[in-house]
Design a protein around this ligand. Structure first.
Ligand SMILES: [Zn+2]
Length: 293
């Protein structure tokens, strides 16, 4: 197989990793409730049609079941998340719930792996963040760092708003809802935790974070190169401004002396956020209308 064929096969797998077939549905008499049916699972009690005598194979299967390693297992979910993130998320929000583990389960499982590996690497020692004269900010950043799943989720959740507004008229997954936007970011949190983990191997792997946002959004929303890029840059500007705004508000609680200048400082990120979102929304709406005409 040459390289071109391999790439073509990979692209096909990315778009459709698994075919469901109804060719091999046998007729069964349920071993559990006695109901006669055609299919893989009993429609009355839900038991699999393959249950018979206990064999070595069933022993192996029950061990895999304990480890939650069936076809929607964590390794397969993570594998898909790494190689076809946008397609996987798209399938999930469009109702294909059996393609992977539920996103929140995945995130907390990744967080457990993250904590274990960080402890083995011994790089958790700088967990205490010190910010001079800002106890609230210090407490919040320390807490986020010590709770990787919640921390990563609160940071990526900020992307819900810019994603929802700037990608609202996208060619694929058009007019996605706010809850769908939240689910997209829960998937992204798992992916970002893996990227942060990898960046402990080599610092330049931090570049995986913007790269994965690009790949995911391109697969998920179907804009071309520039359409995806400028919307993502605008989203990043909004994301950063919201974080700055939250940090300034926390400083406002901490610092009694500079309240007025800090309050005025809070206005700048708010202006940047609204200008970027309104402009991005109007441009997206206009271009989507010219495409459909
Ligand atoms: Zn049955």
């Amino acid at each position: 197989m040459n390289l071109r064929e391999a790439v073509a096969r990979f692209r096909t797998w990315q778009k459709k990793p698994r075919q469901y077939s109804d060719q091999n549905l046998g007729s069964h008499c349920c071993a559990n409730c006695g109901h006669e049916y055609t299919g893989n699972f009993c429609p009355v009690c839900g038991q699999s049609g393959n249950e018979g005598r206990i064999t070595w194979r069933s022993v192996g299967r029950s061990i895999l079941n304990v480890l939650n390693m069936d076809s929607r297992s964590l390794p397969i979910t993570l594998w898909q998340l790494l190689w076809r993130p946008g397609y996987l998320i798209g399938e999930f929000i469009n109702g294909r719930r059996r393609v992977c583990q539920p996103p929140l389960n995945t995130l907390f499982a990744v967080a457990v792996i993250y904590v274990i590996i960080i402890n083995i690497l011994g790089s958790g020692s700088d967990a205490n963040v010190t910010i001079q004269g800002a106890p609230v900010l210090e407490y919040v950043s320390g807490w986020l760092k010590n709770h990787p799943a919640w921390g990563m989720m609160s940071v990526t959740m900020i992307m819900i708003i810019p994603t929802w507004i700037l990608f609202h008229f996208a060619p694929i997954n058009t007019r996605h809802s706010l809850p769908e936007s939240a689910f997209i970011q829960i998937f992204m949190s798992s992916l970002m935790l893996i990227c942060v983990l990898l960046s402990h191997l080599s610092e330049w792997l931090v570049m995986l974070i913007p790269l994965y946002y690009y790949i995911t959004y391109r697969q998920l929303f179907g804009y071309k190169f520039w359409g995806t890029l400028w919307r993502l840059i605008a989203s990043a500007i909004v994301w950063f401004s919201i974080l700055t705004f939250i940090a300034l508000i926390m400083f406002l609680f901490d610092d009694g002396n500079n309240r007025i200048s800090l309050f005025i400082g809070c206005m700048f990120p708010l202006i940047i956020i609204s200008v970027t979102l309104v402009l991005g929304y109007l441009i997206s709406r206009k271009t989507s209308k010219t495409i459909t005409k």
